[in-house]
Design a protein around this ligand. Structure first.
Ligand code: NCD
Length: 328
């Protein structure tokens, strides 16, 4: 019988780490594991990372440490920002993104793959198409695992960087009205973000095509925190009151039939015309990639925060790597 390892009490832990530090050797699987004080801690470290990058670019905090980047689904930002984060901290990366060229294509199981990588790496970042797969994989390794997206489940590091973006751009989260727009059914980033935002005093609007609403399970969890949530199928009623407009892509790869995808793919498009109805201080966010839901003409609007959002992501991922490896 296989017994999951207790990672923080493993005899294999490296010498010299601050083993009592929060999140040391802790898997990052879901935003549900965070309290507000944890966010203050993570964002404090992320802020220091941004200062260090600005001042010296690359430094040796994680010198000699190795990250395994294991991606079973496509990725540009998440994968390259984890790579950049590790390298800016002086560490190095084993990239496994073309799983068809790895032993996965020979039929190797996920538990065996992570047990292999733990022999070579200090931390594993994993993206996989099945909900819950990252949590299962985490049980099979004594090294910390970071969830980089598990199907339509969660994307906790994206939600952390989204929240950090709101804080850096607007200075606070309490009191804000956040409107999430697009594919709320299959978009894992909004599942994580709404759960994380429920730790604050916010109002949440969900605007989606009729067939792509926020899942009941998420709405129920957020309601338990006494957060006001309203659902709509058009943006008009809520645009003027919105402080953060969080736009998402319709997740084509999750549809069983492409006809339904085609019907809803262009239902919402943010253009300069739409932006005229928004607050002067509103920010537009998007986890990216965009495939037409925000026109390129919006990019010059100072309220378009989606490119800045990616840079904040680098600092948050640097912070997470340093924290789980006990070097923050
Ligand atoms: C998102 C994802 O993979 O869930 N991308 C990302 O990580 N920035 C959003 C998406 O693919 O639409």
């Amino acid at each position: 019988m296989y017994t999951p390892p207790n990672k923080t009490q493993s005899p294999y832990l490296p010498f010299g780490d601050r083993q009592d530090a929060p999140f040391y050797f802790t898997d990052i699987l879901s935003v549900k594991q965070f309290q507000r004080k944890d966010l203050d801690y993570i964002f404090g470290v992320a802020h220091e990372m941004s200062e260090m990058v600005r001042r010296i670019g690359t430094f040796d905090l994680l010198k000699g440490k190795i990250l395994a980047n294991l991606f079973y689904e496509p990725s540009t930002r998440t994968m390259s920002s984890f790579t950049a984060a590790m390298e800016r901290l002086g560490g190095s990366v084993i990239p496994i993104n073309e799983v068809r060229y790895s032993s996965v294509s020979k039929g190797e199981s996920l538990p065996d793959t992570v047990r292999t990588l733990e022999c070579y790496a200090d931390v594993i970042v994993l993206r996989h198409p099945e909900v819950g797969s990252v949590a299962t994989a985490a049980k099979f390794t004594r090294k910390p695992i970071i969830n980089a997206g598990d199907g339509i489940g969660e994307h906790p590091t994206q939600a952390l960087l989204d929240l950090f973006t709101i804080l850096e751009e607007l200075g606070h989260v309490d009191g804000l009205t956040i409107t999430m727009l697009g594919d709320l059914k299959y978009g894992r980033t909004v599942h994580s973000l709404s759960r994380l935002l429920s730790l604050f005093d916010v109002k949440l609007n969900y605007v989606s095509p009729k067939i792509l609403p926020m899942p009941e399970e998420v709405v129920k969890e957020v309601a338990e925190k006494n957060i006001v949530q309203k659902q709509y199928n058009t943006l008009d009623p809520v645009l003027a009151e919105t402080d953060v407009l969080y736009v998402t892509r319709v997740q084509k790869e999750r549809f069983e039939d492409l006809d339904s995808y085609e019907k809803v793919r262009n239902e919402f498009i943010i253009s300069p015309e739409v932006m005229k109805g928004a607050k002067e201080k509103m920010i537009v966010m998007h986890p990216l990639p965009r495939v037409g839901e925000i026109t390129m003409e919006v990019d010059d609007d100072p309220r378009a925060a989606y490119f800045r959002q990616m840079e904040y992501g680098l600092y948050v991922r640097m912070a997470l790597l340093a924290i789980v490896l006990g070097k923050a």
